[in-house]
Structure formats: C-alpha cells, structure tokens
Ligand binder design. Structure first.
Ligand code: COI
Length: 367
C-alpha cells in the first residue's frame, strides 16, 4: 500500500488565507460531543417532499411530548466525516452512500427522506458553516450526524404527521480514546480491541425481517447492557451472534467485522440483519485491490476462532484491529501491528479520506 508517512501528496489546492480555527485543544479529541456553532434543520409534513432547509445556531430543540420519535422510536441517523487535507481543503467521504442509506432506512420506517442532492448539499452547507471546527490536518475529523425523525404529535401507533431532518457536527479524534494511539504524520493507529462474544443477548431486533439492516435509532441502546458488562470485565467491545442459531458472527456494537485467513478475508454477508457499513463496503474494494480474496458469507464462531487476524470497520472508528476475541471461556489472540492487513487497509483508506492517497475511485467530495 502507498505510504503516507510524511509524504502526503495532495493535488488539491485550497485558499486558506484568513482562515481561523476554534479555540480548543485539538490534541485532546476523542469521540465525545464538542458542540459547534450551527446545525441544519429542514422540515416536511407527511405526504410532502422536503424542500427548503436552514442553518440555525446549534442548540436545544423544542419537541412535542407525543412526537413519533419520542414515543415510538420513529427515527434514523447517519454518520460521516469531513477531513482537512494538508493543503487545507475539506473532503467528505462518499456522502452519497449515506444519502442512499438514509433513504432506505426512511422507507422502512415510513418516513419521507431528503433527495440525494438535498442530503449532500445540506452536509456541505453545515460543514462550511462550522468550518472552524474541522480539525487541522492530522488532528482528527469533523463527525457529521444527520438525523431524520418523526417530530409531529400523535397518540395512536402510526407514522407521525411531521418530520425533521437535522444535521449537527462535532470534531472528533479516535473512537476508542482509551486505546493508545500513535500518530505519525496523518496516520493514526488506534490500539487493538479485545472483544467479548455476547452469547445471551442479541443485537436489537436483528432477526430476519427486522431492522438490523437500517440505521434506526432503536437499534443502538439495546447493546448497552452487554457493553457495560463487557467493559466492566476489561473488554473493549461486544461481538454479537446471529439470533437464529447463535453460531455465526454478525457485528460488534457499532461496527462491521472481518476475519482474515491466509490471503482471504471473510465478512458476514449483508442480508438485512446487520448494517450495510460504508467503511466495510470501501474496505472490501481496497482489500481486493491489494490482492486479497474477500468473501461475504456466513462466518461461524469456529471459523473466527481459527482465523489469523480480525478487524472491524465503521465510520466512527474507520478500521480497527482486534487483538483478541473471547467466546465463553476460549480466548483467541490475533495478529496486530503494522504488518496486519488491517493496518494496510487503514493506511489506504485514511490516505484517501485525507487526500494523501490518490482517490482513483472518486470517493471523496470537495466541500
Ligand atoms: C458510526 O460509525 O458512524 C456510527 O454510527 C457509530 C455510532 C453508533 C457511534
């Protein structure tokens, strides 16, 4: 893979004269909320189409107690990042993929959704409005959180009468800040994770026909008991199994997982029970370009325990190697470090996101 250590070659040149940055310690960023100046808000009634949004000061929302989102969980979200290149340009990574996934999630929950263009334009507008919060090159990224929710009031179980599309942002560093990170130029290597296989609880309602395949707000809080328990026992995250048989790995609490054996990588097929991750989809292409075979199919616990390497992918954490997985009483240790496939994949992916590695696939979008 191309090296990005200290020789970032960006072809873009942006005018950064007079640019100022927010007055925060950019070296201290983790994955916790740092409120920025503005949020984007666009409203629409049931049966209508979204049309005009506005940039408002970031702040609390006024919401009816009987709003669909508060009572029946009619809400979905997305996550994407803006990175600053060494030349001061700001790049988004595949925002159209988030727009399309938000539309699929909205369809599943009977909500109107912004068009692709509306979504991407809104993201660009809110990033520009919050430009001083996009971390300097090499210090992290601006995490962008689009939300779509039923904000109209109702009592009976039905789609809400009104909807709000909202985007807020926060500068972030590494997702697992507790993990040691080495920063060499633009490359941030996060420490490898230790996962515990959860063998009693399942991830939300991720059975066949459920909502595991969309980014519904209701899919997330149900992992809290398992994560809290795992963290109390020294693990970094939880790996969930399929709810039909309990024999196959599905996904971790907030990321997709891959196992590596020899020259091949296996990842659970996206079949409606797990989130179709945009990082995962991109990593598959990069791994194939690096000469690996990538198979999207069921991956059994036994196969995982016999693998050489494991890693996980997600927007927030990008690519993170997994040092160990513990299943019941068995602990399996995996290859980590700069020679691991995950390190090569991360270097290339972060390189593309930050404009250091040539973007041959047109994945990045200039803000
Ligand atoms: C992301 O990676 O963007 C996510 O949605 C993870 C989030 C649950 C923290």
């Amino acid at each position: 893979p191309p090296s990005i250590l200290g020789n970032c070659k960006t072809v873009l040149k942006c005018n950064t004269a007079g640019e100022n940055y927010a007055d925060i310690n950019w070296d201290e960023l983790g994955f916790s909320l740092v409120p920025t100046d503005y949020m984007y808000v666009m409203k629409c009634a049931k049966g209508d189409k979204f049309s005009q949004g506005s940039i408002l000061p970031y702040g609390n929302l006024e919401i009816n107690p009987s709003a669909g989102i508060l009572n029946y969980g009619q809400g979905i979200f997305e996550g994407l990042k803006a990175h600053r290149t060494e030349d001061g340009c700001i790049l988004l990574f595949r925002p159209d993929e988030n727009a399309q996934r938000m539309k699929r999630s909205a369809d599943r929950l009977c909500m109107p959704s912004p068009s692709n263009d509306q979504f991407v334009n809104a993201v660009k507008q809110i990033v520009l409005a919050n430009k001083r919060w996009v971390p300097p090159s090499g210090k992290g990224s601006l995490y962008i959180r689009p939300l779509l929710m039923g904000t109209g009031a109702l009592l009976g179980l039905a789609p809400a009468p009104d909807y709000t599309f909202l985007i807020y942002c926060s500068p972030i560093g590494s997702y697992h800040k507790d993990k040691k990170r080495l920063i060499s130029s633009l490359l941030i290597i996060t420490g490898a994770l230790n996962l515990k296989v959860e063998d009693k609880l399942y991830k939300a309602i991720s059975g066949s026909g459920g909502t595991g395949g969309i980014k519904s707000v209701t899919n997330y809080a149900p992992v809290y008991t398992a994560i809290t328990d795992a963290k109390a026992n020294g693990f970094s995250d939880v790996l969930f199994l399929d709810s039909a048989t309990g024999k196959y790995i599905e996904e971790a609490s907030a990321c997709n997982v891959f196992v590596v054996k020899g020259n091949a990588s296996f990842t659970p097929a996206i079949d409606g029970t797990i989130l179709p991750g945009i990082m995962g989809k991109s990593i598959i292409e990069i791994a194939i370009d690096l000469g690996y075979r990538v198979l999207e199919r069921a991956v059994s616990v036994e196969e995982m325990l016999g693998a050489d390497e494991m890693f996980c992918t997600g927007t927030a954490m990008v690519v993170n190697s997994i040092a160990s997985v513990t299943y019941k009483k068995t602990r399996m240790d995996y290859k980590t470090g700069p020679e691991a496939l995950s390190a090569k994949l991360r270097t290339t992916l972060v390189g593309i996101q930050t404009g250091c590695v040539e973007d041959k696939k047109s994945w990045t979008v200039l803000v």
